[in-house]
Write a protein that binds this ligand. Structure first.
Ligand SMILES: [Ca+2]
Ligand SMILES: [Ca+2]
Length: 628
């Protein structure tokens, strides 16, 4: 397979200039290169039932009692489906969305838990079948039986996404099935054949330890139930084979990435085995997990992010941004910078999934209805480290503040599709920036000015730069801000205002109320037949120390430290670089890392050497930890 390395195509350079000139009719085709680095994606998270009803024939489903055509009973189905998403793909693509995360598509239990049906998709009955409410009325929901023909609306969704070079993120739940609904709990099927239910569990597919009582007790959190959900017994190999074979079926149909629910509630060994098998089956799949309310100061969630084989949703940053921009926290942006200052605790902070709200918390505007503040929050996640994920409807300022906007009122039906909203246009421009400027997707985050109300920072990777200034408060003028930017005139990609940079500084930087300024300078791209994206962790570098790679091939200097390939500083614990290989593409090479230190001799890794067979062409990742 020939892979196209990101940001090497000349079309991109031309298109970038268009973005910088802020032309309204730019063609976003250039954004959608297959085999692209996932850090350049912009994710959009959809509650399928609440997005768009593209097929009214499926609305009543197997049980018409669960469908509410008036859309006033929040616990019932309102008609959204996969055809509805297909119908709106151009709307999403035109906004710059490059990956779509859908709530689980598996067949659900059909019944009411008090007043709620499984509209969210987290009460699965059969992991190998599609929810009949999301597909054609007469379609076969069995993945196995439609594998040969691939003729379901689900297959059409995948085709339509891939035709637009967009990706599908499948939401997977491994921890539990369903609660007691109308007297039946945890009813589970294998492609239509019943396996077990909670009360007939001779083969021990479920844990039977009751509800979590002490949330500080890790054993309880992993083995007991929450909210009465039947909780799988991961020690049962039949269960593990069932769930892994189901996920592989979905991947075989063209799913590009996985979002995994409730990872905190299963032991890390389960996730290591799950990821090992899934990544062997499909090495290019990207996986991220939901460790509820994880935080860089929480040892266990950090350990999970670093050792489970998947990255995580960044609740630490989410909660902080909501406090600072949604609820006016007094210390303001300093709290955001405090989170970024802990990035070194993660091996891959640049791969965390960032967000400001989701289906489990009030929408941002239920905290603060000011649309400008929402724009500041979105600009922040789209220009700082991590992969931004927008909750559906954000671009339409969708929110319902009943009961403070808590669940279920954070899941309203999508009501408008206006492509002219300020935020729709904002996202479109910032998504383009993420694809074209590697400093935003891959680079380090350098605070330039942090006050409670004003935040200025520079993202940097090689000679690419992105300078961002944002204002939570009243209009203000800053005397001089170091932008660490090339001298000359630069245009804000959001407002088209011009800024003069001299000696790296912007003098008299005016920021109106809730304004965001984003300047972009894209430097030279790394080009090569094969590009290795190298990430090194586990070395606490001090100022004056840099990390480089040496090896037995010309690209790595034939072990000559004077010709080593230097990496880029991301944070104290992370060095990153893209190494182009031409002569050695397709060959076995050996290499090791070296620390170059001012005023003292270089320090080489303490091992014989690392070995790697390079692919003939394309992009590969090395994830290494310094060997002391
Ligand atoms: Ca429908
Ligand atoms: Ca569990």
């Amino acid at each position: 397979m020939v892979q196209t390395p990101a940001y090497t195509s000349p079309e991109s350079e031309a298109e970038l200039e268009k973005v910088e000139r802020h032309e309204e009719d730019i063609d976003l085709e250039f954004l959608y290169t297959r085999d692209i680095e996932f850090r350049q994606e912009t994710i959009y998270f959809i509650v399928v039932d609440r997005f768009h009803d593209g097929d009214p024939d499926n609305n009543e489903g197997p049980n018409s009692e669960l469908y509410d055509p008036t859309r006033t009973e929040w616990g019932k189905y309102w008609g959204g489906d996969l055809q509805g998403i297909i119908d709106k793909l151009d709307y999403l693509k035109n906004m710059g969305v490059t990956a779509v995360w859908l709530t689980p598509l598996f067949e659900q239990v059909e019944g009411l838990f008090i007043t709620s049906a499984a509209i969210h998709g987290y009460w699965t009955k059969d992991f190998k079948r599609l929810n009949p409410r999301f597909i054609g009325k007469d379609e076969n929901p069995s993945l196995n039986e439609t594998q040969a023909s691939c003729d379901t609306v689900f297959d059409r969704l995948i085709q339509e996404l891939h035709q637009r070079d967009m990706k599908l993120v499948l939401d997977v739940v491994c921890n539990h099935s369903s609660p007691d609904i109308e007297g039946v709990k945890g009813e589970l099927y294998d492609d239509g054949v019943k396996i077990v239910d909670f009360d007939n569990d001779a083969d021990h597919w479920y844990h039977h330890y009751g509800e979590v009582v002490d949330w500080e007790d890790d054993w309880q959190v992993q083995n007991c139930e929450m909210a009465g959900l039947a909780t799988f017994n991961e020690n049962n190999a039949d269960y593990r084979n069932y769930i892994k074979s189901a996920v592989k079926q979905w991947l075989d149909r063209g799913v590009d990435a996985l979002r995994v629910d409730t990872v905190k509630h299963m032991p890390i060994w389960f996730w290591q085995e799950f990821n090992a098998d899934i990544l062997t089956h499909r090495p290019d799949v990207f996986v991220f997990g939901e460790w509820i309310y994880n935080h860089p100061e929480d040892e266990r969630s950090v350990e999970f992010a670093n050792n489970s084989g998947m990255t995580v949703l960044d609740f630490g940053l989410c909660v902080t941004i909501r406090g600072v921009l949604g609820q006016g926290a007094e210390e303001g942006f300093q709290l955001v910078q405090d989170i970024f200052d802990l990035d070194y605790r993660y091996c891959g902070a640049t791969e965390l999934i960032t967000f400001i709200d989701n289906h489990d918390m009030p929408r941002f505007q239920s905290l603060n209805p000011d649309p400008e503040m929402l724009q500041v929050a979105i600009a922040l996640i789209m220009t700082s480290r991590g992969i931004p994920c927008l909750y559906y409807g954000t671009e339409q300022y969708l929110h319902d503040d009943t009961a403070s906007g808590n669940d279920p009122y954070n899941r309203p039906m999508m009501a408008s599709w206006d492509t002219k909203t300020d935020l729709y246009q904002y996202v479109r421009r910032l998504s383009g920036l993420r694809r074209l400027n590697p400093a935003v997707a891959l680079g380090r985050h350098w605070p330039q000015l942090v006050t409670p109300d004003v935040y200025c920072y520079t993202r940097q990777y090689r000679d690419s730069r992105c300078f961002v200034a944002m204002n939570r408060g009243e209009a203000t003028t800053l005397d001089a801000v170091n932008a660490d930017f090339p001298d000359g005139e630069h245009t804000c990609i959001l407002t088209q205002k011009k800024f003069e940079v001299k000696d790296g500084n912007i003098a008299e930087l005016e920021l109106s109320t809730h304004e965001v300024i984003v300047l972009s300078h894209v430097g030279e791209r790394v080009k090569g037949q094969t590009i290795v994206r190298v990430q090194l962790n586990g070395v606490d570098t001090q100022p004056g120390e840099v990390i480089a790679v040496i090896g037995d091939c010309p690209e790595l200097g034939h072990w000559d430290i004077g010709k080593a390939y230097w990496l880029e500083y991301i944070n104290q614990n992370t060095w990153f670089g893209e190494i182009p290989f031409n002569q050695s593409a397709g060959r076995l090479i050996t290499y090791k890392y070296v620390m170059l230190r001012e005023g003292t001799s270089p320090l080489r890794e303490n091992l014989v050497a690392r070995r790697w067979v390079l692919v003939e062409s394309g992009t590969v990742k090395w994830r290494d930890t310094w060997a002391w």
